[in-house]
Design a protein. Sequence first.
Length: 324
Amino acid sequence: MHRTFNALALLAAACIACSSFAQAADFPDRPITIVVPFVPGGGTDILSRLVAQRMSSELKQTVVVENKPGAGGTVGGALVANASPDGYTLYVASTATAMSAGLYKDLKFQPIKDFAPVALMGTMPFILVMSKNVPAKDLPEMLALARREPGSLTYGSAGFGSVNHVGMELFNSMAGTDIRHIPYKGSSAALVDVHGGRVSMMLDTVGSAVQYLKTDKSLIPVAVTSLDRSALVPDLPTVSELGPKGYELTVWYGLVAPKGTPLPVLEKLNIAVNRALENPALRERYASLGIETARSTVESFGTLMRADEKKWTDVIVSADIHLK
């Protein structure tokens, strides 16, 4: 009986594997939809459409983008998490997706566990910018001031639970500082007050920061938040070089599919994304947005997603950040 059961189990597994490979061989035979969890026109939407256009050419099939904004991206996430796991409905996940697990307590899906990784589409660090009114000229001097006078410095963010909020709380934790949070409704409003000296500093995306730092002398570019120097601002040191060793905030963007999507289908999509990222026109447009291309395998992207979920959940719990 035991041998018969094992034989049947092996046969069933073989049938599933054959079915998956057959499905991948025919895939895709109809249009693919990429769900972007934010409004049209933003950075996430633009990079998604750039990739979708090139994927259409690689896969010889239409790839359309649909915007499903709401609740920090969780509306679109729930839609895709509950879609058929066949590779025809994809979701643009990001670092914000990894943070959602710790921020929201009543989600109808698990932000990382309910998705299967497809491929990275790009990465983007932040730049820590500081008001000229702060009596410090660089990161070491700012850290000395923050430690000497706890609570005297402030930082702006795009709002509670935003990436630059959670990223600065990691900074506070690793640097042993108490730089106070001032939330805004969007990064632009926060930047206005840093510019005016009403707030000491903030983390701003490279794509945004490089546009005004060339001419705006009221702000000091302190450091970039990637672990290694960014190719987009190679002369700017990293936070890890000058401050808390090992600090990193690198936003990633990637395509994911519903959990249970066959591996051969995921791998076929992965190849299409990686080839799309080789396109010179796409890479040039990425650079203008402050985004760097990043190749990945299905496995390496999955590892990154799980590691980031744990990392940011730990920060969120430690700093007692929570959203309804």
